[in-house]
Design a protein around this ligand. Structure first.
Ligand code: BG6
Length: 483
């Protein structure tokens, strides 16, 4: 709440993007007054705001819209109290246009939706104004639990009223994947097995699990990152053009793509999926404990903090093209990027001068940090001899558009308020993603990690991840840092 949501709303207000009239009502168990809650939020804002210092005048104005309602979300009287508070708002839209952000445990989603409905705050057909529910991951921990959660959420709200957040979709660079693909004819023409050799998606993090050991023990990298962020990025990179930019056509194409991912049976998982767990090591000169020594982690835990996968998309466009995905904690750098590796030239004209192997062209979509796009190609080294060297053309968001990058949550909250579901995950999308991930989990069940599946903090994951690409003569490319 105070790390992401309030700073996002504060900035939307600051940038005059909030509706003319709005209220933010905190609903939680602890005793607080409006004033004490505002004070608490202000302190946190000083710490978490993306612009510093916090603008006092803007805060003063913004904080007048904030109030607090104390109540236990498991009890009906609390909802009656909340209803009363909302009914007290003067204007019709303030009373009936309601966005419920459920910052609760997923196991409480169903109950909260029911109680909101019972208190007359949530209606299925939007008879009075609109009501929407925003939820964050984890949406369940497997297909069955996701199915159950979705069923509970849609008992009192239509699917169109449920906004499931994957914060990666709020990132400018992730949104730019579609813009880049479908507004540039030269690249879209190359976007298939005819020109592309393979694709690498890397989402690496230089931090360990830190204080989130308890959550992570239940999740692991596959559920925490692959099921959502990596598959989302993959679907945007590989999907077919949607018929329009409306939410449903885009989401239809993403689901179609996820459904074309070749299912992995246990033998495929053994060949195509590598998991790993970090042990103590140095990340950028700082010593880090092993995962098993992190707070709230079992000393014999088999939870993976790293995953690398080779996936195939069974459709006409991508048949036979490997898509490599990797993510991990305590890696040497925090960087997310998509590398499109093009096929080598059919014949090397310069073999006598430069050897048989020429560097293949690559296009890198750099999602974060140093947001930008790089194209790598070969050029002649100036001089009297014939020497070739890979060079790069680089587009940087910073130098082109300035440093302004809104936080993902700003965009997502704005879209949820506007009722545009494009950047949110639809029910069938989340369930299809679970289906893929469940197959992998099943193959790992009851299989403790072997020695080969550990990596030192500060390295790029277990050796097996290199071998995974080596099978096809490929290599992982460390994230590109322009400069
Ligand atoms: C979250 C995961 O969804 O994404 C975290 O739960 C991870 O484990 C985070 O650190 C990464 O997000 P970002 O925006 O920092 O790349």
């Amino acid at each position: 709440m105070s790390r992401k949501l309030i700073p996002a709303l504060y900035h939307l207000h600051k940038d005059k993007q909030m509706p003319a009239d709005f209220r933010v009502v905190g609903f939680a168990r602890r005793e607080k007054t409006d004033a004490s809650w505002r004070e608490e939020l202000r302190k946190d804002l000083d710490q978490f705001s993306r612009t510093k210092p916090v603008d006092d005048k803007v805060w003063q104005g913004f904080s007048q819209h904030i109030s607090y309602c104390q109540g236990d979300i498991t009890e009906a009287p609390a909802y009656a109290k909340l209803e009363k508070q909302l009914a007290g708002f003067r204007s019709e839209p303030l009373r009936h246009n309601l966005l419920f952000y459920l910052a609760t445990m997923p196991s409480q989603f169903g109950q909260v939706a029911e109680q909101l409905h019972e208190a007359g705050l949530l209606h299925k057909n939007g008879e009075q104004g609109w009501q929407r529910i925003v939820v964050e991951k984890p949406f369940g921990h497997d297909l069955e639990s996701a199915h159950q959660l979705n069923a509970e959420l849609t008992r009192f709200a239509l699917e169109q009223q449920v906004f499931r957040i994957d914060h990666y979709l709020g990132k400018e660079t992730v949104q730019n994947i579609l813009m880049f693909r479908f507004s540039n004819s030269i690249f879209e023409r190359l976007w298939s097995r005819d020109s592309i050799d393979h694709v690498q998606v890397t989402v690496s993090e230089s931090l360990g699990v830190g204080q989130r050991g308890g959550y992570y023990e239940e999740a692991g990298a596959l559920r925490d990152m692959v099921q959502n962020h990596l598959l989302q990025v993959l679907s945007l990179v590989a999907m077919e053009p949607p018929v329009s930019l409306d939410a449903e056509p885009i989401r239809d194409e993403k689901v179609k793509l996820l459904k074309s991912l070749r299912a992995l049976d246990p033998e495929d998982v053994a060949r195509q999926v590598v998991r790993g767990q970090y042990f103590a090591g140095l990340v950028n000169g700082q010593s880090r404990p092993g995962y098993r020594q992190e707070p709230k982690v079992k000393s014999d835990s088999n939870v993976e903090t790293y995953v690398a996968l080779k996936m195939f998309i069974d459709n006409w466009r991508w048949s036979g093209v490997p898509f490599y995905l990797r993510t991990g904690k305590n890696l040497p750098a925090s960087a997310s990027e998509v590398r499109i590796q093009f096929r080598p030239t059919p014949h090397v004209l310069f073999a006598a001068q430069c050897g048989q192997k020429l560097d293949s062209n690559a296009l890198t979509l750099r999602l974060q940090p140093d947001e930008g796009i790089s194209l790598r190609f070969n050029g002649k080294v100036p001089g009297t001899t014939l020497a070739v060297r890979p060079v790069r053309m680089h587009f940087s968001y910073d130098s082109e558009f300035g440093a302004y990058t809104p936080e993902a949550y700003e965009r997502l909250l704005l879209e949820a308020m506007a009722g545009d579901a494009t950047l949110f995950i639809r029910r069938d999308e989340v369930e299809t993603a679970w289906q893929i991930v469940d197959g992998i989990r099943k193959a790992w069940e009851d299989k403790p990690l072997s020695n080969r599946e550990f990596y030192a903090a500060g390295t790029w994951g277990p050796m097996a991840a290199d071998e995974l690409l080596g099978q096809n003569g490929h290599l992982w490319h460390a994230p590109v840092t322009p400069k």
